[in-house]
Design a protein around this ligand. Structure first.
Ligand SMILES: NC(=O)c1ccc[n+]([C@@H]2O[C@H](COP(=O)([O-])OP(=O)(O)OC[C@H]3O[C@@H](n4cnc5c(N)ncnc54)[C@H](OP(=O)(O)O)[C@@H]3O)[C@@H](O)[C@H]2O)c1
Length: 325
Protein backbone atom coordinates (compact mmCIF):
# COMPACT_ATOMS: atom_id res chain seq x y z
CA UNK A 1 0.00 0.00 0.00
CA UNK A 2 1.28 3.46 -0.97
CA UNK A 3 0.25 5.73 1.91
CA UNK A 4 -0.49 9.40 1.42
CA UNK A 5 -0.62 11.77 4.39
CA UNK A 6 -2.66 14.93 3.94
CA UNK A 7 -1.89 18.30 5.57
CA UNK A 8 -5.00 20.49 5.93
CA UNK A 9 -8.49 19.04 6.33
CA UNK A 10 -10.18 21.33 3.83
CA UNK A 11 -12.10 21.12 0.58
CA UNK A 12 -9.50 19.81 -1.84
CA UNK A 13 -8.20 17.40 0.82
CA UNK A 14 -11.66 15.78 0.93
CA UNK A 15 -11.73 15.44 -2.86
CA UNK A 16 -8.30 13.83 -2.80
CA UNK A 17 -9.22 11.44 0.03
CA UNK A 18 -12.34 10.31 -1.82
CA UNK A 19 -10.30 9.91 -5.02
CA UNK A 20 -7.55 7.83 -3.43
CA UNK A 21 -10.12 5.57 -1.78
CA UNK A 22 -10.85 4.31 -5.30
CA UNK A 23 -7.22 3.79 -6.40
CA UNK A 24 -5.73 0.29 -6.16
CA UNK A 25 -2.77 -0.10 -3.79
CA UNK A 26 -3.12 3.44 -2.43
CA UNK A 27 -4.75 4.97 0.59
CA UNK A 28 -4.77 8.08 2.73
CA UNK A 29 -2.68 6.85 5.64
CA UNK A 30 -3.26 9.90 7.84
CA UNK A 31 -4.88 13.32 7.94
CA UNK A 32 -3.39 16.25 9.83
CA UNK A 33 -5.23 19.37 10.89
CA UNK A 34 -4.46 22.25 13.22
CA UNK A 35 -7.35 20.85 15.23
CA UNK A 36 -7.48 17.21 16.34
CA UNK A 37 -11.27 17.36 16.41
CA UNK A 38 -11.35 18.48 12.78
CA UNK A 39 -8.86 15.78 11.81
CA UNK A 40 -10.97 13.12 13.51
CA UNK A 41 -14.13 14.31 11.78
CA UNK A 42 -12.30 14.17 8.43
CA UNK A 43 -10.94 10.70 9.23
CA UNK A 44 -14.45 9.43 10.06
CA UNK A 45 -15.98 10.93 6.94
CA UNK A 46 -13.24 9.77 4.57
CA UNK A 47 -12.40 6.47 6.26
CA UNK A 48 -8.83 7.44 7.15
CA UNK A 49 -7.15 5.38 9.89
CA UNK A 50 -4.98 8.04 11.57
CA UNK A 51 -5.87 11.60 12.56
CA UNK A 52 -3.29 14.09 13.85
CA UNK A 53 -3.90 17.43 15.57
CA UNK A 54 -0.64 18.89 14.25
CA UNK A 55 1.16 18.88 10.92
CA UNK A 56 4.47 17.99 12.64
CA UNK A 57 3.11 14.63 13.81
CA UNK A 58 2.15 13.67 10.29
CA UNK A 59 5.54 14.39 8.72
CA UNK A 60 7.16 12.28 11.45
CA UNK A 61 4.90 9.28 10.74
CA UNK A 62 7.22 6.57 9.36
CA UNK A 63 4.32 4.83 7.57
CA UNK A 64 3.63 7.77 5.26
CA UNK A 65 5.14 7.54 1.75
CA UNK A 66 4.04 10.94 0.41
CA UNK A 67 2.74 14.11 2.05
CA UNK A 68 0.11 16.08 0.14
CA UNK A 69 -0.10 19.75 1.14
CA UNK A 70 -3.68 20.99 0.78
CA UNK A 71 -3.61 24.36 2.57
CA UNK A 72 -3.81 27.93 1.20
CA UNK A 73 -0.89 29.06 -1.03
CA UNK A 74 0.44 31.23 1.80
CA UNK A 75 1.31 28.18 3.87
CA UNK A 76 2.76 25.87 1.21
CA UNK A 77 6.34 27.04 1.70
CA UNK A 78 6.51 26.49 5.48
CA UNK A 79 4.66 23.18 5.38
CA UNK A 80 6.59 21.81 2.40
CA UNK A 81 9.84 22.83 4.09
CA UNK A 82 8.72 21.05 7.27
CA UNK A 83 8.03 17.93 5.19
CA UNK A 84 11.26 18.07 3.19
CA UNK A 85 13.25 18.56 6.39
CA UNK A 86 11.65 15.37 7.68
CA UNK A 87 12.95 13.70 4.46
CA UNK A 88 9.43 12.91 3.25
CA UNK A 89 8.46 13.18 -0.43
CA UNK A 90 5.92 15.92 -0.99
CA UNK A 91 3.18 16.94 -3.42
CA UNK A 92 2.38 20.65 -2.99
CA UNK A 93 -0.93 22.12 -4.17
CA UNK A 94 -0.87 24.91 -6.72
CA UNK A 95 0.09 27.70 -6.62
CA UNK A 96 3.36 26.10 -5.48
CA UNK A 97 4.38 28.95 -3.15
CA UNK A 98 3.61 32.65 -2.65
CA UNK A 99 6.37 33.74 -5.04
CA UNK A 100 9.37 32.52 -7.06
CA UNK A 101 11.80 33.34 -4.26
CA UNK A 102 10.07 30.89 -1.91
CA UNK A 103 9.86 28.27 -4.68
CA UNK A 104 13.60 28.50 -5.37
CA UNK A 105 14.51 28.24 -1.67
CA UNK A 106 12.22 25.25 -1.14
CA UNK A 107 13.46 23.39 -4.21
CA UNK A 108 17.08 24.03 -3.24
CA UNK A 109 16.54 22.46 0.20
CA UNK A 110 14.69 19.49 -1.35
CA UNK A 111 17.54 18.93 -3.82
CA UNK A 112 20.15 19.16 -1.05
CA UNK A 113 18.20 16.70 1.08
CA UNK A 114 17.57 14.38 -1.89
CA UNK A 115 13.80 14.51 -1.37
CA UNK A 116 11.20 14.23 -4.14
CA UNK A 117 8.93 17.26 -4.49
CA UNK A 118 6.45 18.31 -7.15
CA UNK A 119 3.61 20.75 -7.74
CA UNK A 120 0.01 19.48 -7.66
CA UNK A 121 -0.99 21.25 -10.85
CA UNK A 122 -3.19 18.30 -11.78
CA UNK A 123 -3.63 19.18 -15.46
CA UNK A 124 0.07 18.53 -16.07
CA UNK A 125 -0.35 14.86 -15.18
CA UNK A 126 -3.61 14.05 -16.98
CA UNK A 127 -3.47 11.62 -19.91
CA UNK A 128 -5.78 13.86 -21.97
CA UNK A 129 -3.53 16.91 -21.40
CA UNK A 130 -0.60 14.89 -22.72
CA UNK A 131 -2.74 13.77 -25.69
CA UNK A 132 -3.41 17.43 -26.60
CA UNK A 133 0.33 18.01 -26.88
CA UNK A 134 0.58 14.99 -29.18
CA UNK A 135 -2.25 16.33 -31.33
CA UNK A 136 -0.64 19.78 -31.61
CA UNK A 137 2.74 18.22 -32.45
CA UNK A 138 1.18 15.90 -35.07
CA UNK A 139 0.56 18.89 -37.35
CA UNK A 140 -3.12 18.03 -37.82
CA UNK A 141 -4.12 21.67 -37.23
CA UNK A 142 -1.13 22.95 -39.20
CA UNK A 143 1.07 25.63 -37.67
CA UNK A 144 -0.42 26.83 -34.34
CA UNK A 145 -0.66 30.62 -34.02
CA UNK A 146 -3.34 31.46 -31.48
CA UNK A 147 -4.31 30.04 -28.10
CA UNK A 148 -7.18 31.21 -25.91
CA UNK A 149 -8.02 29.92 -22.45
CA UNK A 150 -10.30 31.07 -19.66
CA UNK A 151 -11.12 29.97 -16.14
CA UNK A 152 -13.57 31.86 -13.95
CA UNK A 153 -15.51 30.82 -10.87
CA UNK A 154 -17.60 33.03 -8.65
CA UNK A 155 -15.44 32.86 -5.53
CA UNK A 156 -15.08 36.54 -4.65
CA UNK A 157 -16.24 35.93 -1.06
CA UNK A 158 -13.85 33.06 -0.30
CA UNK A 159 -11.27 34.03 2.37
CA UNK A 160 -8.28 32.56 0.58
CA UNK A 161 -9.18 34.56 -2.56
CA UNK A 162 -9.61 37.94 -0.88
CA UNK A 163 -7.06 37.91 1.94
CA UNK A 164 -3.50 39.08 1.10
CA UNK A 165 -2.03 37.04 3.98
CA UNK A 166 -3.48 33.88 2.39
CA UNK A 167 -2.01 34.91 -1.02
CA UNK A 168 -5.39 35.84 -2.44
CA UNK A 169 -6.37 36.79 -5.97
CA UNK A 170 -7.57 35.00 -9.06
CA UNK A 171 -4.11 34.60 -10.60
CA UNK A 172 -2.58 32.12 -8.15
CA UNK A 173 -5.83 30.21 -7.85
CA UNK A 174 -7.32 30.20 -11.37
CA UNK A 175 -5.04 32.12 -13.72
CA UNK A 176 -2.33 29.57 -12.92
CA UNK A 177 -4.33 27.00 -14.95
CA UNK A 178 -4.55 29.28 -17.98
CA UNK A 179 -0.83 30.03 -17.73
CA UNK A 180 -0.02 26.33 -17.49
CA UNK A 181 -2.33 25.55 -20.42
CA UNK A 182 -0.47 28.11 -22.56
CA UNK A 183 2.93 26.84 -21.43
CA UNK A 184 2.05 23.20 -22.10
CA UNK A 185 1.23 23.88 -25.76
CA UNK A 186 3.07 27.11 -26.63
CA UNK A 187 6.11 26.84 -24.35
CA UNK A 188 7.61 29.85 -22.65
CA UNK A 189 9.42 31.84 -25.29
CA UNK A 190 7.34 34.90 -24.40
CA UNK A 191 8.52 38.10 -26.07
CA UNK A 192 5.85 40.50 -24.87
CA UNK A 193 3.17 40.49 -22.16
CA UNK A 194 0.24 42.89 -21.95
CA UNK A 195 -2.27 42.51 -19.16
CA UNK A 196 -5.24 44.11 -17.47
CA UNK A 197 -6.63 43.52 -14.03
CA UNK A 198 -9.58 44.46 -11.81
CA UNK A 199 -8.57 44.77 -8.16
CA UNK A 200 -10.91 43.97 -5.28
CA UNK A 201 -11.43 45.93 -2.06
CA UNK A 202 -8.53 44.14 -0.34
CA UNK A 203 -6.11 44.85 -3.18
CA UNK A 204 -6.22 41.34 -4.63
CA UNK A 205 -6.72 40.67 -8.37
CA UNK A 206 -10.32 39.64 -8.95
CA UNK A 207 -10.33 39.40 -12.74
CA UNK A 208 -7.62 39.60 -15.36
CA UNK A 209 -6.71 39.31 -19.01
CA UNK A 210 -3.19 38.34 -20.02
CA UNK A 211 -1.98 38.54 -23.60
CA UNK A 212 1.30 36.84 -24.45
CA UNK A 213 3.21 37.17 -27.71
CA UNK A 214 5.71 34.41 -28.55
CA UNK A 215 8.32 34.00 -31.25
CA UNK A 216 6.98 32.40 -34.44
CA UNK A 217 3.90 34.66 -34.67
CA UNK A 218 2.17 32.93 -31.78
CA UNK A 219 -0.14 34.63 -29.34
CA UNK A 220 -2.02 33.46 -26.22
CA UNK A 221 -4.94 35.34 -24.72
CA UNK A 222 -5.80 34.22 -21.21
CA UNK A 223 -8.69 35.21 -18.94
CA UNK A 224 -9.18 34.34 -15.28
CA UNK A 225 -11.46 35.66 -12.61
CA UNK A 226 -13.23 35.22 -9.30
CA UNK A 227 -16.30 37.34 -10.13
CA UNK A 228 -18.29 35.26 -12.61
CA UNK A 229 -18.68 31.91 -14.31
CA UNK A 230 -17.02 31.19 -17.65
CA UNK A 231 -17.04 28.34 -20.16
CA UNK A 232 -13.49 27.28 -19.08
CA UNK A 233 -12.57 26.40 -22.64
CA UNK A 234 -9.18 26.34 -24.26
CA UNK A 235 -8.80 26.69 -28.02
CA UNK A 236 -5.58 26.18 -29.97
CA UNK A 237 -5.83 27.53 -33.51
CA UNK A 238 -3.57 26.59 -36.39
CA UNK A 239 -3.32 27.25 -40.11
CA UNK A 240 -5.36 24.12 -40.98
CA UNK A 241 -7.78 23.92 -38.07
CA UNK A 242 -8.24 24.17 -34.33
CA UNK A 243 -8.47 22.13 -31.17
CA UNK A 244 -11.26 22.78 -28.66
CA UNK A 245 -10.65 21.65 -25.06
CA UNK A 246 -13.87 21.59 -23.02
CA UNK A 247 -12.24 22.62 -19.73
CA UNK A 248 -8.68 23.78 -19.13
CA UNK A 249 -8.65 22.69 -15.48
CA UNK A 250 -10.14 19.24 -16.06
CA UNK A 251 -10.24 18.31 -19.74
CA UNK A 252 -12.71 15.55 -20.51
CA UNK A 253 -13.38 16.14 -24.21
CA UNK A 254 -11.03 17.40 -26.90
CA UNK A 255 -12.34 18.10 -30.39
CA UNK A 256 -10.17 18.59 -33.43
CA UNK A 257 -11.56 20.64 -36.31
CA UNK A 258 -9.99 20.82 -39.75
CA UNK A 259 -11.21 23.55 -42.11
CA UNK A 260 -14.02 24.25 -39.59
CA UNK A 261 -15.36 20.65 -39.78
CA UNK A 262 -15.19 18.24 -36.82
CA UNK A 263 -12.38 15.80 -37.60
CA UNK A 264 -11.78 13.82 -34.38
CA UNK A 265 -12.81 13.60 -30.73
CA UNK A 266 -10.71 12.44 -27.79
CA UNK A 267 -11.99 11.64 -24.31
CA UNK A 268 -10.37 11.31 -20.89
CA UNK A 269 -9.80 7.68 -19.86
CA UNK A 270 -13.04 5.82 -19.09
CA UNK A 271 -11.70 4.70 -15.73
CA UNK A 272 -10.97 8.27 -14.54
CA UNK A 273 -11.93 8.73 -10.87
CA UNK A 274 -11.77 12.50 -10.49
CA UNK A 275 -8.50 13.30 -12.27
CA UNK A 276 -6.69 13.97 -8.99
CA UNK A 277 -5.34 10.42 -9.02
CA UNK A 278 -2.89 11.06 -11.88
CA UNK A 279 -0.66 13.46 -9.94
CA UNK A 280 -0.39 10.99 -7.05
CA UNK A 281 0.28 8.05 -9.39
CA UNK A 282 3.06 10.12 -10.97
CA UNK A 283 4.54 10.85 -7.52
CA UNK A 284 4.54 7.13 -6.73
CA UNK A 285 6.21 6.33 -10.07
CA UNK A 286 8.89 9.00 -9.55
CA UNK A 287 9.60 8.02 -5.94
CA UNK A 288 9.92 4.35 -6.90
CA UNK A 289 12.23 5.32 -9.77
CA UNK A 290 14.41 7.37 -7.38
CA UNK A 291 13.62 10.68 -9.12
CA UNK A 292 13.64 14.00 -7.26
CA UNK A 293 11.27 15.72 -9.68
CA UNK A 294 8.64 14.73 -12.22
CA UNK A 295 9.49 15.14 -15.90
CA UNK A 296 5.84 16.16 -16.36
CA UNK A 297 6.35 19.28 -14.21
CA UNK A 298 10.09 19.94 -13.87
CA UNK A 299 11.23 22.16 -10.99
CA UNK A 300 12.49 24.82 -13.38
CA UNK A 301 9.02 25.01 -14.92
CA UNK A 302 7.42 25.45 -11.48
CA UNK A 303 9.84 28.31 -10.70
CA UNK A 304 9.30 29.86 -14.12
CA UNK A 305 5.49 29.85 -13.63
CA UNK A 306 5.98 31.55 -10.25
CA UNK A 307 8.26 34.17 -11.88
CA UNK A 308 5.65 34.84 -14.56
CA UNK A 309 2.98 35.32 -11.87
CA UNK A 310 5.32 37.50 -9.75
CA UNK A 311 5.82 39.81 -12.76
CA UNK A 312 2.07 40.06 -13.40
CA UNK A 313 1.33 40.80 -9.73
CA UNK A 314 4.04 43.46 -9.71
CA UNK A 315 2.44 45.15 -12.71
CA UNK A 316 -0.98 45.10 -10.97
CA UNK A 317 0.35 46.13 -7.54
CA UNK A 318 -0.83 42.89 -5.90
CA UNK A 319 1.45 42.32 -2.90
CA UNK A 320 1.63 39.56 -0.29
CA UNK A 321 3.25 39.95 3.14
CA UNK A 322 5.82 37.26 2.21
CA UNK A 323 6.95 39.27 -0.84
CA UNK A 324 8.91 41.43 1.63
CA UNK A 325 11.05 38.51 2.84
N1 LIG B 1 -6.25 21.12 -7.78
C1 LIG B 1 -7.44 21.64 -7.64
O1 LIG B 1 -8.37 21.40 -8.40
C2 LIG B 1 -7.70 22.55 -6.49
C3 LIG B 1 -9.00 22.89 -6.18
C4 LIG B 1 -9.21 23.68 -5.07
C5 LIG B 1 -8.12 24.12 -4.34
N2 LIG B 1 -6.86 23.78 -4.70
C6 LIG B 1 -5.70 24.26 -3.93
O2 LIG B 1 -5.71 23.62 -2.67
C7 LIG B 1 -5.30 24.50 -1.64
C8 LIG B 1 -6.37 24.54 -0.57
O3 LIG B 1 -7.60 24.91 -1.13
P1 LIG B 1 -9.00 24.49 -0.46
O4 LIG B 1 -10.06 24.98 -1.37
O5 LIG B 1 -8.98 23.06 -0.09
O6 LIG B 1 -8.96 25.41 0.84
P2 LIG B 1 -9.76 25.24 2.23
O7 LIG B 1 -10.96 24.40 2.06
O8 LIG B 1 -9.88 26.60 2.75
O9 LIG B 1 -8.76 24.36 3.10
C9 LIG B 1 -7.52 24.78 3.42
C10 LIG B 1 -7.07 24.06 4.70
O10 LIG B 1 -5.80 24.59 4.99
C11 LIG B 1 -5.60 24.56 6.39
N3 LIG B 1 -5.01 25.81 6.86
C12 LIG B 1 -3.81 25.94 7.45
N4 LIG B 1 -3.56 27.19 7.78
C13 LIG B 1 -4.62 27.91 7.40
C14 LIG B 1 -4.97 29.28 7.51
N5 LIG B 1 -4.15 30.17 8.09
N6 LIG B 1 -6.15 29.67 7.03
C15 LIG B 1 -6.99 28.80 6.45
N7 LIG B 1 -6.69 27.47 6.32
C16 LIG B 1 -5.53 27.04 6.81
C17 LIG B 1 -6.95 24.29 7.03
O11 LIG B 1 -6.87 22.98 7.48
P3 LIG B 1 -6.86 22.61 9.03
O12 LIG B 1 -7.72 23.63 9.72
O13 LIG B 1 -7.43 21.27 8.98
O14 LIG B 1 -5.45 22.64 9.51
C18 LIG B 1 -7.95 24.37 5.89
O15 LIG B 1 -8.99 23.46 6.01
C19 LIG B 1 -5.02 25.85 -2.32
O16 LIG B 1 -3.65 25.98 -2.57
C20 LIG B 1 -5.77 25.75 -3.64
O17 LIG B 1 -5.18 26.47 -4.70
C21 LIG B 1 -6.64 23.00 -5.74
Amino acid sequence: MFKVGIIGAGKIARKMAKTLAAVNDMEVGAIASRSLEKAKAFADECNVKKAYGSYEELVDDADIDLVYIATPHSHHYDQALLTVNASKPVLVEKAFTANAHQAERLLTVAREKGVFITEAIWTRYMPLSLKIKEIVDSGIIGEPHLLTANLCYRVEDVARIVRPELCGGALLDLGVYAINFARMYFGNNVQKTVSNCILGATGMDMQESISLVYSGNKMANLLAGALCQSDRQGIISGTEGYIRVDSINCPRLVEVYRDYVLHAQYYCPEDIITGYEYEVLECKRCIEAGLLESPLMPHKETVSVMRQMDALRKEWGVRYPMDEE
